[in-house]
Write a protein that binds this ligand. Structure first.
Ligand SMILES: NC(=[NH2+])NCCC[C@H](N)C(=O)O
Ligand SMILES: O=C(O)CCC(=O)C(=O)O
Ligand SMILES: [Fe+2]
Length: 335
C-alpha cells in the first residue's frame, strides 16, 4: 500500500520522539535514515505523532485562505520591502509570480512565516528577515491552528535531527544538530498552486509567470524540511542521483522529509541537499505547507570531523552562519 506511487523510503521516527524508544527500533530507524540520506535525501516520515486530523485542518485552512479570502484582504498582509514600517522583505503574502527560482517566476502564491523574534529591539523599520509575522484575518481560526502546528512540528524536527546525529554515529558530537536548532530559525510556508495554464484545460497564462514551473528546481536551505501537501499527484518531483525525476506523491498521514544545505555542509557532502521542483499540470488547485526546521540564526555550520574522514579527508566546505546563508538566498527569491 505504501509503495504504489513512489520509490522513496518510509521511516518510522516514533522511537526518537519518545525518551524511552527501544534500542532495536532506534537502530532500525537510524539504519534506514542513513541509507535514505545518502541515496536520495528524501523520505516519508511516519510515527511522527501529528494526527491525520491536524494535517487535514492545516491543509484545509490554507486552501480556504487561497480560494476564499478576497484579494484585498490577502494584500493587507503583503510582503513588503525591508525598511518599510511594516514588512521585513520576507514575511507575508506573495502573489502569483512574485516568487523567483533560477531567475524565473514561479506559478504559486504563498504566505511565509518565520520564527518570532525574541530580541526586544526588533521594531520598524524592519531589517531583512527581522520583522513580525503577518497573519491572515480569515479564516479566523487559521492563526491559532498554525501557531499550534508550528509547536508540534518543532518537536518532530528535533526528533528527526536527533536521529540524524545517531545515524551518522557522531559519538560525543551526536547531539550537535539538536544543540544547533534549540532556537531554530524555522520557516513555514503556505503555498497555493493553480494548475499550469495550457489551452487544453482552458486556462491561459496572465503573461506574468513562467509557463513551465510551479516552483523551479532548487535545494532547501537548512536542516530538514517537513512537508504536508494535499493529495495531488505528480506535482512535487525529486532529482535522483542518476538525474531522473521521481514523483514524491503524497502518502496519507506521512510527512515528506528532505535535507537542506546545512546538513550537506555538516556532513561534508556525504548527505546531499537534494534538488526538487514542482510542476503542477493537474486539474485542481494544489496546496502544500512545508515547515522548514532550520538551525538557529547564529549557528555556525562547518563540516564535522567524522564526516570529513568518511568523505576522503578533505573539507569541501567552509564554515557559515546559517542566518547569512538564509539572507543570501532570500535576497534572490522575489521579483
Ligand atoms: N525556502 C524555500 N525553500 N523556498 C522554495 C523556493 C525556492 C526559492 N525560490 C529559491 O530560489 O531557492
Ligand atoms: O509544494 C511543494 O511540494 C514543495 C515546495 C518546496 O519545495 C519549497 O517551498 O521549498
Ligand atoms: Fe523546497
Amino acid at each position: 500500500m505504501l509503495s504504489t506511487h513512489t520509490s522513496l523510503p518510509v521511516i518510522d521516527i516514533s522511537s526518537f520522539l519518545s525518551q524511552d524508544g527501544s534500542f532495536t527500533s532506534r537502530a532500525e530507524c537510524t539504519s534506514k535514515l542513513s541509507s535514505a540520506c545518502r541515496d536520495v535525501g528524501f523520505f516519508y516520515l511516519i510515527g511522527h505523532s501529528i494526527t491525520p486530523s491536524t494535517i487535514e485542518r492545516v491543509l484545509s485552512l490554507a486552501r480556504k485562505f487561497f480560494l476564499e479570502t478576497p484579494d484585498s484582504e490577502k494584500l493587507e498582509i503583503s510582503r513588503k520591502e525591508p525598511g518599510d514600517d511594516y514588512g521585513d522583505g520576507a514575511r507575508g503574502y506573495q502573489r502569483l509570480g512574485e516568487n523567483v527560482t533560477m531567475g524565473k517566476a514561479d506559478l504559486h502564491e504563498a504566505v511565509d512565516f518565520y520564527r518570532d523574534e525574541d530580541r526586544l529591539e526588533v521594531r520598524p523599520p524592519y531589517e531583512l528577515l527581522h520583522g513580525r509575522n503577518l497573519w491572515p484575518r480569515t479564516p479566523p481560526e487559521l492563526e491559532e491552528n498554525l501557531k499550534d502546528y508550528v509547536e508540534q512540528m518543532k518537536l518532530v524536527g528535533t526528533a528527526v535531527v536527533r536521529a540524524m546525529g545517531a545515524a551518522l554515529d557522531l559519538g560525543e558530537d551526536e547531539d550537535v544538530f539538536v544543540k544547533a536548532t534549540r532556537q531554530s530559525f524555522w520557516v513555514m510556508r503556505m503555498i497555493g498552486y493553480p494548475p499550469i495554464p495550457n489551452p487544453s484545460n482552458g486556462l491561459l497564462s496572465n503573461g506574468n509567470t513562467d509557463e513551465n514551473q510551479s516552483c523551479g528546481t532548487h535545494t532547501d536551505y537548512g536542516c530538514v524540511t517537513l512537508l504536508v501537501a494535499d493529495d495531488t499527484k505528480e506535482a512535487l518531483q525529486v532529482r535522483a542521483k542518476d538525474g531522473t525525476w521521481i514523483n514524491a506523491d503524497p502518502i496519507p498521514g506521512a510527512i515528506v522529509v528532505n535535507i537542506g544545505d546545512m546538513m550537506e555542509r555538516w556532513t561534508n557532502g556525504l548527505w546531499k541537499s537534494t534538488e526538487h521542483r514542482v510542476i503542477h499540470r493537474g486539474e485542481r488547485f494544489r496546496v502544500s505547507v512545508p515547515f522548514f526546521f532550520e538551525p538557529d540564526w547564529n549557528a555556525s555550520v562547518a563540516p564535522l570531523q567524522k564526516c570529513v574522514k568518511e568523505t576522503g579527508g578533505k573539507s569541501e566546505y567552509g564554515g557559515i552562519r546559517y542566518g547569512d546563508h538564509l539572507t543570501a538566498k532570500v535576497r534572490g527569491n522575489f521579483y
